[in-house]
Design a protein around this ligand. Structure first.
Ligand SMILES: NC(=O)c1ccc[n+]([C@@H]2O[C@H](COP(=O)([O-])OP(=O)(O)OC[C@H]3O[C@@H](n4cnc5c(N)ncnc54)[C@H](OP(=O)(O)O)[C@@H]3O)[C@@H](O)[C@H]2O)c1
Length: 385
């Protein structure tokens, strides 16, 4: 059986007991534990992959902390997490048409499309019986794979940073832009002011906005991540200057600065994956007819806003989740052309995966964390290491 990381109700309970319920002391690396995964037998439409590299995704921290739901408990006591990976195809079922042994592929995490194609469930999270990709090998349906664009100009680690974040951003952007355009046509306003707060999804969102000619602003606490985006012409705003909006003055000062930056107009589109104190700041700087979009709730699941004020300003507050399968394929076309992710300087070894999640929780990484799973890489990616 391949080695794979797991999160169990026992490991969560033990860590919660160790820290006496104080989640600030919680050590995620004690909860994400190396195990062995029983993979399902290959069906005719299945593909077996050797996992090459994976990216650290924040939902693992939610699963380990059990701070939104206790997903390990809901799933029967244990999950094998990991919903973003680059792999090499090592076996295909008889009915598989799109992939051959030796192909390098990406996974998407749309675990069960609804009638419109959006995910009802996320693979390796709330999709029952789904085994994730923080392991040495995996069996997935052909429909869960996208060919890896190996000639897009990105390294293997940069490619590995994107399968979850890029489709999320792609969906948020196309939808937020369409919403704004229902209200304000291109004839009236060509160039929009687009803001995102910190994080890999927000960075991809701004890369899309910038590539289409809009003004893009990145409000983050990380100087390294701001510097990387400034190289793409995306203006950095230091979030720590506003004490991360934990005081009313922080929001007020930010709002005043944004007015100056945008000639009094404000932000037409805001991406906020964090909620919590960031939500108020995003709404405060919304332009008339603005759109505030999110697929995350890292700092809070519940938000509060003044409905009257938002009506008067004609602001739309939108909630998204993950892309359709077609949208994931479309987002992949933009790797390297639009999406140029910032990767954390350490490429973690497979054995160090738990530490990478603890460091993500401590917010000390200067880019998206990547874990090298395979020691031996196929020749197809040797130039991308
Ligand atoms: N629905 C979906 O499909 C979906 C997909 C992807 C992600 N998500 C969720 O969206 C959230 C963000 O994901 P991501 O991948 O973009 O992020 P990420 O790359 O993991 O980065 C998280 C960012 O949060 C910021 N941050 C951390 N603590 C903060 C605080 N106290 N105040 C303000 N900012 C803080 C940091 O930004 P700075 O330090 O640079 O400011 C950091 O870069 C996560 O909760 C994730 O689970 C949802």
């Amino acid at each position: 059986m391949p080695r794979a990381y797991a999160i169990s109700t026992e490991s969560i309970a033990a860590e919660r007991a160790r820290v006496g319920g104080d989640l600030d002391q919680f050590d995620i690396s004690r909860v994400v534990q190396l195990d062995e995964a029983q993979l399902r037998p290959m069906g005719p439409s299945d593909v077996r992959i050797k996992v090459l590299a994976v990216s650290g995704e924040h939902n693992i921290n939610h699963a380990a902390l059990a701070d939104t739901v206790n997903i390990a408990e809901i799933r029967g006591g244990k999950i094998f997490p990991g919903n973003s990976a680059v792999g090499e195809v090592i076996a295909v079922g008889d009915a598989v048409k799109k992939f051959r042994v030796g192909d390098v592929v990406l996974t998407h995490c749309n675990g069960e499309p609804d009638i419109y194609g959006y995910p009802l469930r996320i693979w390796a999270y709330d999709k029952p019986d789904s085994v994730g990709w923080y392991g040495e090998e995996a069996v997935v349906g052909e429909w869960q794979l996208v060919p890896a664009p190996l000639d897009c100009g990105l390294s293997l680690w940069e490619i590995a940073a994107l399968p979850l974040r890029a489709p999320t951003a792609y969906h948020m952007w196309r939808r937020a832009l369409a919403m704004f355009r229902i209200k304000v046509s291109r004839e009236k306003k060509a160039v929009l002011n687009v803001l995102s707060f910190g994080g890999g999804v927000g960075e991809c969102f701004l890369m899309l906005a910038k590539s289409e000619g809009h003004n893009a602003y990145f409000c983050s606490g990380s100087p390294e991540r701001r510097a990387a985006l400034e190289k793409l012409g995306i203006v950095g705003i230091d979030q720590k200057k506003y004490e991360r909006f934990t005081s009313k003055n922080g929001v007020k000062d930010f709002s005043n600065d944004v007015k100056k930056l945008t000639g009094g107009e404000g932000m037409h589109v805001v991406a906020d994956m964090l909620r919590g104190p960031v939500f108020a700041a995003g709404l405060a700087v919304a332009a008339r007819c603005g759109v505030n979009t999110s697929a995350g709730w890292q700092l809070s699941q519940v938000v509060e806003y003044n409905s009257t004020l938002m009506s008067v300003k004609q602001v739309t507050i939108d909630h998204t989740h993950y892309e359709t399968v077609d949208g994931c394929w479309a987002a992949t076309e933009l790797y390297g052309k639009v999406f140029k992710p910032t990767v954390h300087k350490e490429i973690y070894a497979f054995e160090d995966l738990p530490r990478s999640f603890q460091e993500m929780q401590q917010n000390v990484q200067a880019g998206i964390p990547i874990v090298r799973v395979a020691k031996d890489m196929p020749a197809a990616v040797s130039k991308l290491l």
